[in-house]
Design a protein around this ligand. Structure first.
Ligand code: FA5
Length: 335
C-alpha cells in the first residue's frame, strides 16, 4: 500500500530532523515542516487517508494516528530537552533573601585624614609628604630645638639602631616625633610664598592612656609670605575646626611655648567638663626662617600641628584613643 510507505518515509524524515535539531529555533522549524496545520507534510498525508478505499480506511487511519502521535511525542521530548536551561533558570527562587557581601570600610582615621586634606585644600593649602625616618637636623636642629632641650632626650624619642642610610646629613636617625620636620624640608627646597599641609604618623615613647598613644598622626600646616599674621593663623584654625566639627565647636587658644614658634599657642577643645589639647601653633620663629635661608625681615609665617586622633575622637565622641588601634570590627564597622 503506497500510503503506508508514505507514512513510513514521513516518520523516518521527521525523526531524523528531530534528532538533528540542536536549538529551540531549529526544533520549531521542524515542527512547522512536519506537523504544521497549514502546509505541513502531515496535512498531505491526511489527504491520503481520505483517498483510501473505504475498507482500508480503518487500518490507514489507525496507522496515520500512530505516526502522528509518535512524531509529536518525539518532537515534544526534544523540545523539552532544548528548553531545559530556561526551565532551570526559572527554578531559581528570586524571592529568597540574598547573601549580602561584606564590604570593607575605610578606617575612621583614614576618613579624618581624607577630610582634613580636602578641607585644607579648599583653604588653598597644598598637600605634601615627608619621611617618617628622620635625622636630627630636620627633627630638632633646624627647628631651633637646642641640644639640651628635654624633647631631644633619647628616652623621649625612638632612635634607630642603624647607620644613617638616608644620605645628605650626618648623625643618627630617629622616627620623627612631630610633622614639623616637613616645614624644614619644604622651606629648604622652595622660595616663599609657601602654603602647605602634611599629614602623617609620628612616634613618641609616651605613656599610653585614653588620649595618648606612642604612634599617632599629626597634620602640619605652614604658611609663609609677605605679612602673614597671627590673626590669619587663628582664623584658618577656627574655620578649619568649624568645618570639621560643626559651628558649635568650642575652641580656645592658650599661650604656650615651642622653640620653633614665637609667639606660640596651644589649641584646646571642649572635652566634657574639661578641655582637651588638640594642637600647637604659632608664628614661625626667625631662627627657623634663617635656618632654611629665608629672610625674617622680608617674610613671616605661621605654623600649626594638630593631633588627628583627638579631632576624630571629638567628631565621633570616642573616649579612648586605643580603640583606633585594636582592629575590633565591632568598633570599625560603625564608621
Ligand atoms: C607638636 O608636636 C608641635 N610640633 C606642634 C606645632 C607645630 C607647634 C607647628 C607649633 C607650630 P605637641 O607635642 O603639643 O606639639 O603635639 C601636638 C598635638 O599632637 C597635641 O596637641 C595632640 O593633639 C597630639 N599629640 C601629642 N602627643 C600625643 C600622643 N602621645 N598621642 C596622641 N596625640 C598626641
Amino acid at each position: 500500500m503506497d500510503v503506508l510507505e508514505a507514512f513510513q518515509s514521513y516518520e523516518q524524515d521527521a525523526l531524523a530532523a528531530i534528532s538533528a535539531a540542536s536549538t529551540s529555533e531549529e526544533i520549531e522549524a521542524v515542527r512547522i515542516e512536519f506537523l504544521g496545520k497549514k502546509k505541513g507534510r502531515l496535512k498531505t498525508l491526511q489527504a491520503e487517508v481520505g483517498k483510501a478505499a473505504p475498507e482500508d480506511r480503518p487500518v490507514v487511519g489507525k496507522k496515520f494516528n500512530e505516526v502522528k502521535v509518535g512524531v509529536e511525542e518525539a518532537l515534544n521530548a526534544k523540545k523539552q530537552e532544548l528548553d531545559k536551561p530556561k526551565a532551570a533558570l526559572s527554578a531559581i527562587d528570586i524571592t529568597l533573601p540574598g547573601i549580602a557581601p561584606q564590604l570593607g570600610k575605610t578606617h575612621p582615621l583614614t576618613q579624618t585624614i581624607d577630610d582634613f586634606k580636602e578641607l585644607m585644600g579648599r583653604l588653598g593649602f597644598e598637600v605634601v609628604d615627608g619621611p617618617e625616618i628622620e635625622d636630627e637636623h630636620h627633627n630638632f636642629v633646624a627647628l631651633n630645638i637646642p641640644e639640651d632641650h628635654p624633647a631631644r632626650d633619647p628616652l623621649e624619642n625612638f632612635y634607630l639602631a642603624t647607620a644613617n642610610i638616608a644620605g645628605g646629613s650626618e648623625g643618627p636617625l630617629l622616627l620623627r616625633s612631630q610633622t614639623s620636620t616637613v616645614q624644614i624640608r619644604v622651606m629648604s627646597e622652595r622660595k616663599p610664598p609657601v602654603r602647605i599641609v602634611s599629614v602623617g604618623r609620628v612616634y613618641r615613647p609616651d605613656t599610653i592612656d585614653a588620649t595618648h598613644s606612642c604612634m599617632f598622626h599629626q597634620m602640619e600646616g605652614l604658611m609663609v609670605g609677605d605679612d602673614v599674621t597671627m590673626a590669619q593663623l587663628k582664623s584658618v584654625l577656627s574655620i578649619f575646626a568649624r568645618s570639621y566639627l560643626g559651628e558649635g565647636v568650642e575652641i580656645r587658644f592658650r599661650p604656650s611655648f615651642f622653640p620653633f614658634t614665637e609667639p606660640s599657642v596651644e589649641v584646646d577643645m571642649r572635652w566634657g567638663d574639661d578641655w582637651l589639647e588638640v594642637g600647637g601653633a604659632g608664628m614661625v620663629d626667625p631662627n627657623v626662617l634663617k635656618a632654611v635661608g629665608y629672610d625674617p625681615e622680608e617674610v613671616s609665617g605661621f605654623a600649626f600641628g594638630l593631633g588627628i586622633e583627638r579631632f576624630c575622637m571629638q567628631r565621633h565622641q570616642i573616649t579612648d584613643i586605643r580603640r583606633f588601634y585594636e582592629n575590633d570590627v565591632r568598633f570599625l564597622e560603625q564608621f
